[in-house]
Design a protein around this ligand. Structure first.
Ligand SMILES: C[S@@+](CC[C@H](N)C(=O)[O-])C[C@H]1O[C@@H](n2cnc3c(N)ncnc32)[C@H](O)[C@@H]1O
Length: 264
């Protein structure tokens, strides 16, 4: 009972801090280190085994107050992750890049993203939600030579992202655009598509993609269920006439897991 109360109090404190730091973002690196350390603490919180058990008890209780707290935290933490990518881009562009635990965690995820469906130099990879610090396009293009296109709905993320690519991957085959999958010709050619885990509409977009993509496409859907849903949008049912899950890569020590889909 005490553990449950402490857990909920911790969540409310996280929410208040995310709220304050999201509001104080002013397109400079002011408040950067506070947000970095908050996100590192939050990453540890949601990968902590002891918290998993407490999460189970809270889910059973299903109180509407708790459900609301979960929705608010997911939205605010996703916003703060996108701000943290902006800080990282600004720091790099100002000549001062350090790597926080959160980024180390994400980057070690990227290496094995497609499990058995490897990306090679002939692949065409589309990332939905490329962010201001496009580490997925950079790592994939650098390691495999594949062509990578990243899209994002946030203009500032695209502008910063383009500057980061210019600095770290000028010779790589990477393009970033503020556009929608349905308006992008590359969607039809893509061999691999990755969804960022903090894209709220990802399953809606996946459904629409079926008619616009080639038959051999592999989709990597980043997600977080249960405790990890405090930081990620969760898995949803897919239309089984369109998509089948072929692999579910669970990563207990990482902030998100990955489900792979191919056409049914
Ligand atoms: C900051 S990145 C986070 C990347 C993180 N590594 C992950 O996997 O979630 C998420 C980006 O997705 C973008 N985004 C959110 N919804 C989107 C959508 N419907 N289409 C394209 N980008 C979207 C946000 O603007 C944000 O820049």
């Amino acid at each position: 009972m005490v553990a449950l109360k402490t857990f909920q109090k911790d969540l409310r404190e996280f929410l208040d801090k995310f709220d304050a730091l999201a509001t104080s973002y002013d397109h400079t690196t002011n408040h950067c280190s506070e947000l970095e350390s908050l996100i590192d603490d939050y990453s540890k919180f949601i990968t902590n085994e002891r918290n998993k058990e407490i999460w189970g008890q809270l889910e059973l209780a299903k109180s509407s107050e708790f459900q609301q707290l979960l929705l608010d935290l997911r939205k605010k933490s996703a916003l703060c992750v996108s701000i943290m990518e902006k800080y990282r881009a600004l720091k790099l562009l100002n000549g001062n890049d350090g790597m926080t635990d959160y980024f180390k965690n994400i980057e070690s995820c990227i290496i094995n993203e497609f499990g058995h469906f490897r990306v090679c130099s002939e692949s065409k990879v589309l990332l939905i939600g490329s962010g201001a610090f496009p580490m997925t396009p950079l790592l994939i293009a650098k390691q495999t030579g594949a062509e990578v296109v990243g899209i994002d709905i946030d203009d500032e993320a695209i502008t910063l992202g383009l500057n980061v690519i210019e600095r770290l991957g000028r010779d790589l085959k990477i393009r970033l655009e503020n556009t929608l999958v349905e308006d992008l010709d590359f969607t039809k050619e893509a061999t691999h598509i990755i969804f960022s885990s903090t894209v709220e509409r990802k399953f809606e977009i996946l459904d629409q993609l079926h008619a616009r993509t080639n038959e051999d496409l592999v989709v990597a859907m980043r997600y977080g269920n249960q405790l990890k849903s405090l930081f990620n949008y969760s898995l949803k049912e897919v239309d089984q006439r369109k998509w089948k899950m072929v692999e579910n890569i669970s990563r207990p020590r990482h902030v998100f897991d990955i489900a792979l889909y191919t056409k049914a």
